[in-house]
Design a protein around this ligand. Structure first.
Ligand code: ZN
Length: 288
């Protein structure tokens, strides 16, 4: 196990232990969350060694690595994905006229294959062999970050940065691959959201130990600054409040009421966020 003693976002070394979360998806093991006193990023620590992290993705239920719905929640996810693909496309069109894109951590490639049909020049990177195989049927997908040898107008990370072992290394690399006037788009769960605060250790977006870093606005702003980026715009991902609340209900008490309770909680989270801006997940659009 690896214990984090220096914060990668701000260099701080004072932490507060928050609580212990369970890996509900794969191992059923417990992992601690600690919070940096300075920049407020939350860290899964201690966490498994890099070589064994792959084992925690081995589940038929791990939806980003499959395109099959084997249960009701995953079926909902795949249907909502059709709507969110359209929204992501519209958002990307609104921030740039240049249409070369790298989707870093593209999973099964649903976004890049959709964008390709809209005239974008697309590439992906995906470390998981099974997901990559599906994505490669329509697009060029790299298997290693080091082998990406071209530059892009837009680089997107949809729920990816929280999975990286060293977010600074990832951002350094992406900074080199992004054209000077390019846009960096990073979507991550927001631990300052109402649903995070309500569900605490049951909050599905902690998703330990697959999620290693848990951001909020302050921590993300600081991390991006380190790499010369300024946040231009922050957009909500409103469906995430429902999806995450539903999964959190299942974590807490897997009763048949989870659909109703999760829906109500998700609705409330979005309602509160209209005032605070603290949606369940946020999309940060940054440039240099
Ligand atoms: Zn920090």
């Amino acid at each position: 196990m690896i214990s984090i003693t220096t914060c990668r976002v701000c260099g701080g070394n004072q932490f507060t232990t928050l609580f212990t979360c369970k890996d509900y998806t794969v191992s059923q093991k417990l992992f601690s969350l600690i919070q940096c006193n300075q920049c407020s990023v939350i860290i899964t620590s201690p966490r498994p060694e890099d070589e064994t992290l792959g084992e925690y993705y081995q589940s038929e239920d791990y939806i980003s690595h499959t395109s099959k719905a084997n249960n009701l929640i995953n079926l909902l996810y795949l249907n909502v994905r059709k709507i969110t693909l359209k929204q992501k496309h519209e958002m990307l069109e609104s921030i740039t006229n240049q249409k070369t894109i790298l989707d870093y951590g593209c999973g099964t490639g649903s976004l890049i294959s959709y964008l390709q049909t809209k005239g974008w020049q697309v590439k992906g990177y995906e470390p998981d062999a099974n997901a990559r195989k599906i994505a490669q049927t329509t697009c060029k997908v790299y298997d290693k970050p080091q082998s990406i040898n071209e530059s892009f107008d837009v680089i997107t990370l949809w729920h990816v940065l929280e999975h990286t072992t060293e977010p600074n290394e990832t951002l350094s690399l992406l900074s080199k691959l992004l054209k000077p006037k390019g846009k960096l788009v990073i979507a991550v769960p927001n631990h300052k959201s109402y649903d995070a605060d309500f569900y605490k250790q049951y909050w599905a977006a902690y998703d330990v130990p697959r999620h290693l870093w848990h951001f909020n606005r302050k921590a993300m702003e600081r991390l991006l600054q380190l790499h010369g980026f300024v946040i231009q715009k922050i957009e909500p991902m409103k469906f995430d409040a429902y999806y995450v609340s539903l999964l959190s209900e299942a974590n807490k008490n897997n009763s048949f009421l989870k659909f109703l309770k999760g829906f109500i909680r998700g609705f409330r989270s979005n309602l509160k966020a209209q005032k605070t801006g603290e949606y369940s997940s946020l999309i940060y659009i940054a440039s240099r």
